[in-house]
Design a protein around this ligand. Structure first.
Ligand SMILES: [Zn+2]
Length: 100
């Protein structure tokens, strides 16, 4: 068996919740609706808070990810909605405890 670092560095295991959070965070930044620090550290903190509050969606199949089933697409779209809901609350939390 691969070592822990090698195992996860293969990139075979993907948590699509991370993609959903990234996409929604980028979309929110594009819309410039909320003012907040957008340094890497704050964005990492915001992403972690959101990821801890929404379900994971793991996949080890590039085929499933490239040609997702309707069910898989629904799950992903649902995660994006959850992420979009959670991000503003996460921003408020991080604003209160700036790390930098
Ligand atoms: Zn910051």
């Amino acid at each position: 068996m691969l070592s822990k670092d090698e195992f996860f560095k293969t990139g075979e295991i993907v948590n699509l919740a991370e993609h959903a959070v990234y996409e929604e965070l980028a979309a929110l930044i594009d819309r410039a609706e909320i003012e907040f620090c957008q340094c890497d550290k704050c964005l990492f903190d915001i992403a972690c808070v959101v990821l801890n509050n929404i379900p994971n969606l793991y996949s080890s199949s590039i085929v499933d990810r490239t040609y997702p089933s309707a069910e898989f697409k629904d799950e992903y779209n649902n995660l994006k909605l959850l992420a979009a809901d959670e991000i503003p609350q996460a921003i408020e939390r991080i604003k209160k405890r700036l790390h930098h």
